[in-house]
Structure formats: structure tokens, C-alpha cells
Design a protein around this ligand. Structure first.
Ligand code: GLN
Length: 295
């Protein structure tokens, strides 16, 4: 990466002039960190010593043009840089996939809390998108076999590149198709299945911020009229696909907890529980298949 040397004074006055035109400082500082390699703590040091010179991985002109695109056209910075930090790694992202959210990071911790004792098993990530969850699982369940499913070819290409680059093992496969369908050979053998399906009701899509509404794939956001159409498909197919004692962990919208648990109960899943996200919102539903296999 080319290194560009400029003075602290020049950088700080550039930053001030950009922010005077609008936009959030936290976003500009994120761009400086991810795009130009200037960490937030290094930025604070510049205020103490303005005479210092610093190395940036990107020129101020390039940074300005990315920032203006973000500010004027409401394009998420993650898409402009094609990168998104998530848990302890950095994913490639692009307009064909949802930008992985911070709250979804907890899905991996929940999976670990339920399955860490199990040395071997089979996990699946339904609706993998960028592959964030699949990468997280593959790095946490080293001796397991993994499956990432998505109905969109573009998403699968991005997920494959992320898995190939970031996974600690090569014991995973990617499948094109809808939810459980491409996994029929593994039905009854899946010990851990995670999903962050599209869950926003169609009537709420217009109220999303322009960054989300105009850029992120509606296929990954919109869960039909009540937001639960994908959730319903996942839960209704779960009992035949999960191994005995296998776990299903689903992320859902802020107000769907009761409905999702009810659906889980109705299909015969057991050990139901709810987990909150970092804002205290009931965001995750967990359940498992306690039925013994009838041969
Ligand atoms: N959490 C995302 C949002 O609020 C939606 C993700 C999803 O539908 N799975 O924008």
C-alpha cells in the first residue's frame, strides 16, 4: 500500500473542513482508520503534537472523494471500502450482501455457549450473505464440518472469498439454494444451525435510513408482510433437519421474540430461550430438537 506523508496540522484542518460541511465525526474517523490506517488513538495524539508528520495509506483527495460519496449519496462506507470489521476479523462486503451488524456478532457467542463441549459436529449458516456467521463458526468450531447456504450467487462468491481467506480450516462447503433445501443430504445430522434471515416487515422498509434502504439488498432485509416469512420457513423445516439435540439459533426483529418462540414451540422444538442484544432488546431465539430419531 502506498504511504503518503502529511503534517498533523494539514490532516486536522482537512478533517475540520470536511466536518463543517456535514456528516458524523465518528464516521469520518472510521474512514480514516479503515481506509487510511490512522487509528482513533493515533488521531488523538495529533491534537497533542500538531508538528508531527504522519503516514496515510490513502491520499486526502481519495479520502475526500469517498467521504463526499458517502455524505451526498448516502452510500455506506463499508461498501465504498468493500470492507467491514466483524468480531476479530475483517470481511469483504459489497452491495450484493448485507453489511454484517454488530449485534449479530453475539450469535457466535451463543453458539459457543451451547456447543463448546462438543468436539465434532456439523454446523450450518442459513442465508450466509457475506459469510460473516460461517467464518465466525469455522474459527470457533475447528473440528466441525460446516455448510453455508444462500439463494444468491453474488453473495456466495463473496462468502467463499471470506471463508477461504479467514477460516482456520477448509472443512466447509457453500450451497446455492433456499434455506434447508440444498442441505437435504445432511438432514437429521445438523448439530448447530444459525440464521440471521431477512426480518423487516415490508411496510417498515420505507422508514429505514437511506444508507440501508437504497443500498443494502432488500432480499436480505425484507421478511414479507409481517417480517416473519423467512423465519417461518426456517422454523418449520428445522425438526427434520436438526440432529437429535441439535440447536437452532435465530436472530429476529426487535418485536418478534414472542412470535418466534411460539412458532418454535408449535413445531415441537424444546429448551426454548431468549437472548438480548447489547441494547437490551430481545434479539435471539434459541431452541433444540429433543426428539430421539425414530429409525
Ligand atoms: N438488523 C438489520 C437492520 O436493522 C436487519 C437484518 C435482517 O433483516 N436480518 O437493518
Amino acid at each position: 500500500m502506498p504511504s503518503i506523508q502529511i503534517s498533523s496540522k494539514e490532516l486536522l484542518s482537512w478533517r475540520r473542513s470536511l466536518l463543517l460541511k456535514g456528516g458524523r465525526a465518528v464516521d469520518l474517523d472510521w474512514l480514516l482508520d479503515l481506509g487510511a490506517g490512522l487509528s482513533w488513538s493515533a488521531l488523538q495524539m495529533l491534537y497533542i503534537d500538531e508538528s508531527k508528520s504522519i503516514d496515510l495509506d490513502m491520499s486526502l483527495d481519495e479520502l475526500t472523494s469517498l467521504w463526499e460519496k458517502h455524505r451526498m449519496e448516502h452510500i455506506p462506507l463499508q461498501y465504498l471500502l468493500r470492507r467491514c470489521p466483524w468480531r476479530d476479523f475483517e470481511l469483504e462486503v459489497g452491495p450484493g450482501v448485507l453489511i454484517p451488524r454488530q449485534e449479530s456478532e453475539l450469535l457466535i457467542d451463543l453458539a459457543i455457549s451451547k456447543c463448546e463441549q462438543k468436539q465434532n459436529g456439523v454446523w450450518a449458516d442459513l442465508g450466509t450473505g457475506s459469510g460473516a456467521i460461517a467464518v465466525g463458526l469455522s474459527r470457533s468450531f475447528l473440528h466441525w464440518e460446516g455448510h453455508a447456504v444462500d439463494c444468491c450467487n453474488e453473495a456466495l462468491s463473496i462468502a467463499r472469498r471470506n471463508l477461504d481467506k479467514l477460516s482456520f480450516t477448509s472443512n466447509y462447503q457453500l450451497h446455492l439454494g433456499s434455506w434447508w433445501e440444498p442441505l437435504t443430504p445432511w438432514w437429521g445430522k445438523l448439530n448447530l444451525v444459525l440464521a440471521n434471515p431477512p426480518y423487516i416487515p415490508i411496510s417498515d422498509i420505507d422508514n429505514l435510513s437511506p444508507e440501508v434502504r437504497n443500498n443494502e439488498p432488500h432480499l436480505a432485509l425484507c421478511g414479507g408482510s409481517d417480517g416473519l416469512s423467512s423465519c417461518r420457513k426456517i422454523i418449520s423445516g428445522s425438526l427434520k433437519a436438526l440432529a437429535p439435540k441439535g440447536w437452532l439459533i435465530i436472530e429476529h426483529h426487535y418485536d418478534q421474540s414472542d412470535l418466534v418462540l411460539k412458532m418454535m414451540e408449535q413445531v415441537g422444538l424444546s429448551d426454548l430461550s431468549v437472548e438480548k442484544d447489547l441494547q437490551g432488546i430481545k434479539r435471539f431465539a434459541l431452541a433444540r430438537n429433543n426428539l430421539e430419531k425414530i429409525c
